[in-house]
Write a protein that binds this ligand. Structure first.
Ligand code: IMP
Length: 221
């Protein structure tokens, strides 16, 4: 799905703010929370995410032909997406999680934000149950260079599943280094660093209900 034009995010005199309509009114205008550190730009709204995930759930349900499915979420970024997606499929579904580390925490002072893409991917947590003869759907937050997905695909195909599909919320095709693609893509986005809805920058912002661009983050390449 392509994205509509980006919306400006309101800011108050106190600094940088993001619009979130579920926050308590603690003296500030309702629906606005301020961040003292970074300025975020709204990229994908909660409504757009909900609508798209409902479509993806319908598509996965139709494609699965009534067969049971095991969703395998990639920690930690895909946890939020997986929890919404599995509630939108009408199937006999179970889920499991796998953990990988591929990027270090950002280095340097705030104004020189970088994230480290060394190309190295390692397993930090394996799945708990055998995937042999199962219909597996790997659930990732974002497909970027493709290094993580290529690593996980090789690993999970080694379990000899009956079928293997990949669902990603976001796809940044312009950054691809390896020829891997997802079967289900929520949104194709430009080459910008995004946070929220499970995605982090140095472990922050995962709890934001929408997807935001965090300006000024550069890949360390
Ligand atoms: P890949 O291995 O380069 O495809 O990257 C996949 C992983 O990189 C994702 O699961 C994220 O953890 C991280 N990543 C890539 N781009 C972003 C981004 O824009 N925001 C937050 N994390 C990202």
């Amino acid at each position: 799905m392509s994205l509509p034009e980006q919306k400006a995010v309101p800011a108050d005199a106190g600094g940088h703010c993001i619009a979130i309509d579920t926050l308590p009114r603690d003296g500030r205008p309702a629906g606005v929370r301020c961040s003292s550190v970074d300025e975020l730009r709204l990229l994908i709204s909660r409504e757009q995410i909900d609508a798209r995930i409902a479509e993806m759930g319908r598509q996965i349900t139709a494609d699965s032909g009534g067969a049971p499915v095991v969703f395998v979420g990639v920690l930690k970024g895909a946890a939020v997406f997986l929890s919404d997606l599995v509630r939108r499929v009408n199937l006999d579904a179970t889920f499991d999680f796998i953990g990988v580390a591929s990027y270090g925490n950002p280095r340097g002072p705030k104004q020189e934000k970088v994230w480290d893409s060394t190309g190295e991917v390692r397993l930090t947590k394996d799945v708990e149950h055998s995937l042999r003869d199962k219909n597996v759907i790997l659930v990732e937050d974002i497909l970027d260079t493709g290094l993580t997905l290529a690593f996980l695909k090789r690993l999970l195909l080694g379990h000899q599943p009956k079928s293997f599909r990949v669902a990603v919320l976001l796809d940044k095709p312009s950054r691809r280094k390896l020829a891997v693609e997802a079967d289900y893509v929520g949104f194709t986005i430009p080459d910008e660093f995004v946070v929220g809805y499970g995605l982090d920058y140095a472990e922050r912002y995962r709890n934001l209900p929408e997807v935001y661009v965090l300006p000024g983050v550069l890949p360390a390449e």
